[in-house]
Ligand binder design. Sequence first.
Ligand code: URA
Length: 215
Amino acid sequence: MDKTEKLLEVRRKLEENAAKLPLARKTSDTVPGEGNPEAEIMFIGEAAGYYESIERRPFVGPAGKLLSRCLESVNLRRSDVYISNILKVRPPNNRDPEPAEIAAYKPYLDAEIRIIKPKVIVTLGRFSMAKFFGPLVRISQIHGSPRWVSWEGRQILIVPMYHPAAALRAGRVMADFAADFAKLPHFLKLATHPPIQATATKTPEPELDEQLNLI
Ligand code: URA
């Protein structure tokens, strides 16, 4: 299977399992990730909002429009990158994701990361930041400062950024968000030279069903 087929398989499993997943009752409640299977940069947001749940596409509402404008400002298009979310559904009244919900959708997001193998992951907001840095870090302290993270034996440059919806709410956050985004081409260059890991071991990639805890 090539990357496109593997991503389609993840989407198919998500849709097939909708009834068993929190906050989803049917296939049409799910919002899969989308973008370039060969993307070097992956964006991870929090959860679908109103517009995303209607279109079943990530970041298509006002926050998504800002994300698209910022991508254009660094000569990137949505079709160059991959965009996904921690939760592949819309929480009621856009409330924060709960730990059990994050855990339930984790296998799908992890499968996407494993397939895409991005050099850079931009986390948008505190919930996707916490996936890589834990719950104790503060976004106001580390936004725009990338760190190498060893994820399943691969070094990925993780760039924490504010959530674009937060940028739309406050001018100060917007200025930081725009400044962090402007550095993205530089971070991508940096990511082409990951630090050598003395103890790096390559674990065999599990079958997709296994990754999604389906077998
Ligand atoms: N906010 C997110 O975190 N993700 C989306 O897809 C849209 C808005």
